[in-house]
Design a binder for this molecule. Sequence first.
Ligand SMILES: Nc1nc2c(ncn2[C@@H]2O[C@H](COP(=O)(O)OP(=O)(O)O)[C@@H](O)[C@H]2O)c(=O)[nH]1
Ligand SMILES: [Mg+2]
Length: 323
Amino acid sequence: MSRASSSLDPDVIRSGNRRALAKAITLLESSRPADQVTAQQLLEAVLPDSGHALRLGVTGVPGVGKSTFIESFGLHLIEQGHRVAVLAVDPTSLVTGGSILGDKTRMPELSRHPAAFIRPSPSSGILGGVARRTREALLLCEAAGHDVILVETVGVGQSETLVAAMVDCFLVLLLPNAGDELQGIKKGILEVADLLVVNKADGDQIPLAKSTQQAYRQALRLVRSKASRGALPVLTCSALERSGLGTVWEAVQAFEQHVRDSGAWEQQRKTQARQWLRTLVEEGLLREFRSRPDVQDRLQEYEQAVEDGELLPTQAAERLLHS
Ligand SMILES: Nc1nc2c(ncn2[C@@H]2O[C@H](COP(=O)(O)OP(=O)(O)O)[C@@H](O)[C@H]2O)c(=O)[nH]1
Ligand SMILES: [Mg+2]
């Protein structure tokens, strides 16, 4: 029996017990098949209790202040009576073995607060696997009564796309940055962003933050926002001094209202669920394919043949797939 299975009563999760929630997520992240079975049973049991939270993605380049923002914003939300959960998707932690661990120390007040639950990024597996486990952890957090889920992602790699596929609203933090206004914002990000926030609008950076905000607003007039979602708001805040956070929350709520009224909210959740299913099927097929003994034997040989021009990639693929 695994250590964690003692508190895997779905009712204990539903009661909001944070230790039980943490243990359940540990089971989800376990690579032991027995743990996986227990975790999936638990997920199934609490699935009807999930889905009621606002799922908010937070991204931005390293150093922009995501962790600081989540600490301040999370506390702001708790003051408004919410229960907050923080999850992270960090592909770099796969390499470094958990760089985001430092985040709990970046969120000292929030991590101690009884109304908050913070979970660092899983630091093993592949990015797709990390995203899957984060998505499942998100459902568990919802079942445990957390009604705002913040998902932090580092602004590198494909993590944004993966996180965009699991949140309702995606917030992109930006640095005050004159001159080269749109630098640092990848085109792909604008496609998934629902809200832009220039952070570090404090001290002598306030004028720069304001002009950055104007520059983005100006530039974004030319960028078509997602049709159902109206204009892409650009705000400023200081995560450090905890200013502007009320405005950010109001914008998130206005966004939610707008998207709900248009019917796109439920539609997006449905699309995400369908995409998730497809991703799981694709991952499963790939895993199965790679574990086939004949594939393991011949893949290298075929790759060599393709490199040497002896075989067309199409032919090699055909043979591997249909042998
Ligand atoms: N002046 C100022 N510094 C900030 C603000 N938010 C974060 N920082 C600082 O920026 C650095 C990076 O913050 P962190 O939250 O770790 O960024 P992350 O890498 O995006 O998670 C830290 O030294 C923070 O203290 C802010 O609103 N104003
Ligand atoms: Mg961080």
